[in-house]
Write a protein of this length. Structure first.
Lengths: 575, 463
């Protein structure tokens, strides 16, 4: 008797349309929707993050793809460039082109006096500004004695200012007339219509803000008690003094470098203001005035550099010169070819990624030529020829573990074995390539095995059936069919190797190397290492360079991954 | 020298192939199907026969000649100088550069003699090796020529050789692991037990010490700085950042995987998958730049707005971005295991009236749990071993703290900091980096092993 007899089932009647049941169903659907929204939200957040990274990098990096040049008529005087008159190419290469450029620059911004001001003017140019001119003249000595129009490379600070990353400049035309007292030196400007009143109010506001800051500091000092009593006292004095100045809105104010800079553009010149009251101002002439005549309304203007001078790299004088050169049409923005044709440099405007790009390519060549054959052959062995024993098992476990070893440990291996034991050169693409090859080997082995597994056994069996040997069946039939999968895995492995930084730091590829490497044992750096080096530098201009280098790296990676996807979709066969 | 050798090698090996091929054709005398192997295999057989002895002679001969040349150069100096390893290496370096004509300074007569000896022995020896290898190649070619007969099983020999090459390639992976273990373990052993290393810590003070300060005093006036190799602050720093990362990546990655595998339409998948792949493909140096220049200032600003004192290299910034880095890792692994749960289990749950989320929570996740736990383990192992994000966004000073707003340092940051630049292999500081690498290697190995065991042990066998 195996039949189960149901004796008593506790019967329960369910009212599906009861209020309790409806509420429960509603609650369950609500929780369902919540759960789905959580999932979608997680995905969305991830996407937002990816977008944030890419946009942030692009926003930071795009300015680095252009570079400003000063296009000037440079008189190439024979007595400066070639004092011997021999037109000897070596002499021409070592001539003083800086003197030539200085002459052209002083001609473009006339009337500048004083060593400091002149130094600021020539300081606008990069230390490598003369390279182009030198190359042109060395190539064509007949240019000597003529006037050549050449683009001169601007320094990183000037370039940053012209890209609008230093300060905003605003100009307000004068409502009344203005009269300067002199054309150069320290002068006074009298305005007929209280033109400086708004600026004076703004200055008093800055002072009021300063009082607030001081009061916060005072509170902190007082909270610490006795030990800072003297500091508290001096802070109090300072606050009282400032408050007195703020309380008298009509009294003239001194400007300092922690306030926005005020300048007056009048009669073809430019005056940097030191003190202002409602209707007059005193200041120092930066660009000399033509006359001391009264300027009519709207013919003169008050210029404000919004960011205080102490908070930016480009000083007021430099901004004034650049504005003048820009207004005269001497400044030109061009595509930054230096970035793609030069190696590293301490000067941001002369730094490029070519050296590190070549280093990366050399390294990848080494990596590919080692990892691909070794990886594929190892995969063939493990997949087809390895006897099933403990040793083979060990190799398999080992390969899987190797794929998860942190990359920095491969760097330690490279340092201890390749550099210390075998004595290979530091910073060489050869060593970098070797280390990366060991790192991507497991990836390639795993990918190659997977794509060989995907080839149906019937192919191999058919080959064996018509008399091929085992190796012939594998090498003539299975392996060619597995090639697209192997290529895809290899490209992804190479992309991984290209972006890897940590092991390279261990083997000395974190060096300042100006020259483009010529061979596998030349000192070199790699693109990601270059990115790391630049990201560590304090100069603001290098931030954009870093982001631009990242854009190039991501572009190459995207290209490689795109190629892998294309290969997969084009050649992969579903059996 | 190497160039001549490789030219000779290529020439002789290709000649051998042609000779073997021709010989096979001629012994077959027109009756090709009588041959046991195809003529190409006879060619390959001869080529391999020439290649192996030639390479063997070169690989053994070249270092031998170099060694002989060096001892000839050193023979010009006193025994006392020869015994001193430092002077030995200086003399050898100078002699080699003098022999190459790259020596800058004034050479002593002994050095000049040494360079001359070095040069002549090296040149003679190299020619001898080249001649010997060519002779060996020719002899092998003659032997192969004699061996080739109609019934000769050339293919068998070639295939045996191929198989050996294949096996050797597979062994490279094992050699890599052995290389890692030995190089790291050897230096770690020296760090703890080599009597020649000054200022080394004991094993217990390394493992349980609460202070990390490997900066050995360089000058007398820096004597106040005490060197300490306590590993705990680094471990705590690594674990703190990893914990933050998992807090970010765990829920985000898991929910993304659930959404992708259970809810998303084909269209959404087609967009979301590449986005995750892009994230997985972003190099960590890029994420480090983003963490250091964008996320860290942002967190600092936010903290200040709430009156919190946030370090500019806070653990939070590094942890958040590292969490972003491992999202695709967790999501793709979890996606795989959730998808692998048989459809019949879903259908069964639906048939009982469960909603989709109830099915996921009460059926799919428990079934996929071992796989998900192992994905988390692998993600933790990756986060602990990650270097660039923490190098760029985390601090250098070893603070023993659990506050995510303070700067902490990690194992990988310290390895990088110690080993970048010139290092001496006999200072405790350099060796400390290897000890850290040793710990890192075994921690990640352990995590991977546990992950593997969990999957093996708890995996439900469906179907």
């Amino acid at each position: 008797m195996t039949d189960l007899t149901v004796t008593s089932v506790p019967s329960r009647s369910v009212q599906f349309d009861s209020a309790e049941m409806t509420a429960r169903v509603k609650r369950r659907y609500r929780s369902e929707r919540r759960f789905k929204a959580l999932g979608g939200g997680a995905l969305l957040l991830t996407a937002v993050f990816v977008l944030a990274v890419l946009l942030d990098i692009a926003f930071k990096g795009l300015p680095a793809f252009t570079q400003h040049y000063l296009v000037l008529d440079v008189p190439v005087k024979a007595e400066i460039v070639d004092p011997k008159g021999a037109r000897n190419p070596d002499d021409l290469r070592s001539a003083d082109y800086f003197a030539v450029m200085r002459e052209a620059l002083t001609a473009a911004v006339p009337g500048i006096e004083g060593r400091v001001a002149k130094k600021k003017l020539t300081g606008l140019l990069s230390s490598g500004a003369g390279n182009d001119l030198r190359d042109r003249i060395a190539a064509d000595p007949s240019l000597i004695g003529t006037t050549v129009k050449v683009p001169l490379l601007l320094s990183d600070g000037a370039d940053l200012y012209l890209k609008g990353q230093q300060t905003a400049v605003s100009t307000i035309p004068g409502r009344g007339t203005a009269t300067p007292s002199d054309t150069k030196g320290d002068i006074t400007i009298l305005a007929s219509a209280n033109d400086f009143a708004d600026d004076l109010v703004a200055v008093k506001k800055t002072l009021a803000a300063r009082i607030e800051d001081l009061q916060v500091r005072l509170q902190r000092a007082e909270a610490r008690g006795e030990s800072q009593a003297s500091e508290a006292a001096s802070l109090k004095e300072e606050i009282v003094a400032l408050a007195a100045r703020v309380d008298q809105p009509a009294v003239a104010e001194n400007l300092d470098e922690k306030m926005p800079s005020l300048l007056v553009s009048i009669n073809g010149g430019l005056v940097k203001l030191n003190t202002i009251s409602n209707d007059s101002a005193t200041g120092t002439v930066i660009l000399p005035l033509n006359t001391i005549d009264e300027a009519r309304p709207l013919d003169w203007s008050v210029v404000t550099y919004a960011k205080p001078e102490s908070n930016r790299k480009t000083s007021d004088i430099e901004v004034a010169y650049l504005e003048k050169l820009k207004a005269d049409g001497n400044v030109e923005s061009r595509f930054n070819t230096i970035f793609f044709t030069h190696g590293d440099s301490r000067e941001a405007e002369q730094a490029g990624i070519l050296g590190s790009l070549v280093g990366s390519v050399l390294m990848l060549i080494v990596t590919l030529s080692l990892a691909l054959p070794f990886g594929v052959l190892a995969a063939v062995y493990l997949e087809e020829f390895a006897p099933k024993n403990k040793f083979t098992n060990l190799i398999e476990i080992n390969i899987n573990n190797l794929a998860a070893v942190p990359s920095i440990v491969f760097g330690l291996l490279g340092l201890a074995v390749f550099l210390n034991f075998f004595g290979l050169p530091r910073s060489a693409p050869l060593v970098g390539g070797l280390v990366l090859a060991l790192m991507v080997l497991p990836t390639i082995i795993i990918a190659a095995r997977a794509s060989m597994k995907a080839v149906p056994p019937s192919i191999k069996e058919a080959a064996l059936g018509v008399g091929a040997s085992h190796q012939q069946a594998i090498f003539h039939h299975v392996l060619p069919l597995a090639t697209p999968g192997i290529m895809t895995g290899t490209i992804i492995g190479m992309a991984h190797a290209l972006g890897e930084t940590a092991p390279l730091l261990m083997i000395g590829m974190l060096a300042f190397i100006v020259d483009v490497p010529q061979g596998l044992t030349d000192p070199a750096t790699a693109l990601p290492a270059q990115i790391y080096i630049w990201s560590d530098l304090p100069e603001q201009a290098f931030e954009a360079k870093t982001a631009a280098a990242i854009m190039v790296l991501l572009g190459v990676l995207l290209l490689m991954n795109g190629m892998a996807i294309w290969l997969r979709s084009k050649f992969e066969r579903r059996w | 020298m190497a160039y001549q050798f490789f030219a000779a090698l290529v020439l002789l090996v290709s000649t051998a192939y042609v000779v073997g091929h021709r010989r096979a054709l001629s012994v077959a005398a027109g009756r090709l199907h009588d041959l046991h192997s195809l003529p190409a295999y006879h060619g390959l057989f001869s080529a391999i026969g020439v290649f192996v002895p030639m390479l063997a002679v070169f690989v053994l001969g070249a270092p031998l000649v170099n060694w002989m040349a060096q001892s000839a150069a050193l023979g010009n100096f006193d025994a006392a100088i020869q015994a001193d390893p430092l002077q030995r290496s200086v003399i050898l370096r100078d002699a080699v550069s003098l022999a190459k004509g790259q020596f800058g300074g004034d050479a002593s007569p002994e050095l000049q003699q040494a360079a001359a000896d070095f040069k002549s022995v090296l040149a003679n020896g190299n020619w001898a090796v080249l001649g010997l290898s060519i002779a060996a190649g020719l002899a092998a070619l003659a032997a192969a020529f004699g061996t080739i007969k109609v019934p000769f099983r050339a293919r068998k020999h070639v295939e045996r050789f191929t198989k050996i090459v294949l096996g050797a390639c597979a062994v490279v992976a094992v050699l890599t692991t052995i290389g890692i273990v030995f190089s790291v373990a050897f230096e770690t052993y020296r760090f703890f037990f080599d009597p020649a290393i000054k200022g080394k810590p004991s094993v217990t003070s390394f493992l349980f010490g609460l202070e990390w300060n490997p900066q050995a005093a360089m000058r007398a006036d820096q004597g106040a700085i005490s060197t300490a190799y306590g590993f705990v602050p680094l471990l705590v720093g690594s674990l703190l950042i990893t914990f933050i990362a998992i807090c970010v990546a765990g829920p985000l990655g898991l929910f993304s995987a659930i959404f992708l595998s259970e809810y998303a339409s084909q269209k959404v998948r087609a967009i979301a998958k590449p986005i995750l792949e892009i994230l997985a493909g972003i190099p960590t140096v890029v994420l480090g730049f983003f963490a250091a220049l964008t996320v860290a200032p942002l967190i600092r600003g936010l903290g200040e707005a709430y009156g919190l004192n946030v370090a500019s290299e806070s653990a939070l910034a590094a942890g958040l971005v590292m969490g972003m880095m491992i999202i695709p890792f967790i999501s793709s692994l979890s996606d795989d295991v959730i998808t692998a749960v048989p459809q019949s289990m879903r259908d069964g749950s639906y048939a009982l009236g469960a909603t989709k989320s109830e099915t996921i929570r009460q059926v799919l996740l428990p079934a996929a749990l071992p796989g998900i736990v192992s994905a988390f383990m692998l993600a933790i192992s990756r986060a602990i071993g990650e270097t660039m994000i923490v190098v760029m966004a985390a601090g250098l000073a070893a603070n023993l703290t659990l506050n995510p707003l303070e700067a902490v340092t990690t194992i990988t940051v310290q390895i990088k900091t110690i080993l970048v630049g010139d290092q001496e292999f006999d200072s405790a500081k350099t060796l400390a980096a290897f000890a850290l690498g040793f710990v890192l290697f075994f921690v990640t190995l352990l995590l991977n092993y546990i992950a593997l065991r969990i999957v093996r042990k708890y995996r439900e066998q469906y179907d």
